[in-house]
Design a protein around this ligand. Structure first.
Ligand code: PEP
Ligand code: MN
Length: 352
């Protein structure tokens, strides 16, 4: 719309779009309102839209993730989880805690330690997606009760994973952010159900997905009117599996700056699942922050040998403290350098 378009003019355009059976996504900036059109583009005549009063231009964004693209939202989007702000030029945010919630005592001990180490958001899985049916599947609702109690006792916002649509409604009562894990990245119904809760979504990249597929599925969250998305690179698998790497997955660091160029939403790195190895978490955490991650998800256990899942990649709380300290230093140095992170995305549409 033109910078001085009136509310009536904006409403007329919305009405026109909706009466063609299409949905709108309204983005009201300081100077200008942009009306995103969602649905089958053949249902609307762009020439008619351009001739409506107050309309500045009507353009087709070709990208399949157009509502998330920088052509549509040029500036970085910040996402709030409890009182923690993620994204843009904010300092890195650390999400930390055990892979699985095992008991109130275990979660409390680890949460207290990660908070003291500098973590901002507590993680812990209650509904665990596992490759093997013989592995620990999580405590379910009992785990969520522990998560909520520890969050209250230590005043820390939380994130936990949902595995199926049936859990969505229940989980929203217990957490500040919902995680959709790598194994569910292509689960359209789950994504849409999670988006509709209105809670922030921690959306992990599937380990067999291209970046454009990943963003196309994230687009479903925005298309359901939820703009609170945090993306996360957590490692991919070599196509064809022709060689066996020494690491659980391959943390695709290319994805971090590449995604930041495509979309204004915050991007995290997960060096725990990305490597599967405790000894590699620190170096890959440093690398992810240097590549432009807005934060990290790091699994911690104070007794990794007793962990019910992902023990080999859990770092001790002391190690987390070291990781946070060095990553903050790296972030600060790059932010103050001649080529800060914002330069990397300044020319977002000028890809060659
Ligand atoms: C997790 O965060 O514990 C998890 C299962 O992650 P991912 O979906 O990345 O494997
Ligand atoms: Mn895990």
């Amino acid at each position: 719309m033109k910078p001085r378009a009136s509310k009536d003019q904006i409403d007329d355009v919305i009405q026109k779009v909706q009466s063609a059976g299409l949905k709108v996504d309204l983005s009201s900036g300081e100077y200008q309102t942009v009306i995103g059109i969602i649905g089958d583009e053949k249902k609307i005549d762009f020439d008619q839209i351009i001739s409506m009063p107050g309309v500045n231009d009507a353009i087709r964004i070709q990208s399949p993730y157009r509502l998330m693209s920088r052509s549509y939202i040029p500036n970085d989007v910040k996402v709030k989880v409890g009182k923690v702000t993620i994204g843009g030029d904010e300092p890195p945010v650390y999400i930390s805690g055990p892979c699985s919630i095992e008991s109130y005592e275990q979660l409390y001990r680890i949460a207290k330690a990660v908070k003291e180490a500098g973590a901002h958001i507590l993680r812990g899985g209650a509904f665990k997606p596992r490759t093997s049916v013989h592995s620990f599947q999580g405590l379910g609702l009992e785990g969520l009760e522990h998560l909520k109690a520890v969050s209250k006792d230590l005043d820390m916002p939380t994130v936990t994973e949902i595995r199926g649509e049936v859990e969505v409604e229940e989980v929203t009562k217990y957490t500040d952010m919902i995680q959709i894990g790598a194994r569910n990245m292509f689960n359209q119904d789950l994504i849409e159900a999670a988006a509709k809760t209105g809670l922030p979504i921690f959306f992990k990249r599937g380990f067999g997905s291209q970046i454009d597929e990943y963003l196309s599925f994230a687009e479903r969250i925005v298309a359901n009117n939820n703009h609170k998305i945090v993306l996360c690179e957590r490692g991919i698998l070599p196509i064809g599996g022709s060689f066996k790497p020494m690491t659980r997955f391959t943390l695709d660091l290319n994805a971090i700056p590449a995604i930041r160029k495509e979309t204004p939403f915050p991007v995290f790195g997960d060096p725990s699942h990305g490597t599967g190895r405790r000894d590699l978490v620190l170096p890959m955490a440093r690398a992810a922050i240097a590549a432009g991650a807005h934060g990290l998800m790091i699994e911690v256990h104070d007794r990794p040998q007793e962990a019910m899942s992902d023990g080999p990649q859990a770092v001790l709380p002391e190690e987390l403290k070291k990781i946070i300290k060095i990553c903050n230093t790296i972030h600060k140095t790059i932010s103050e350098s001649d080529s800060p992170f914002s330069d990397d995305v300044a020319n977002a549409n000028g890809r060659s």
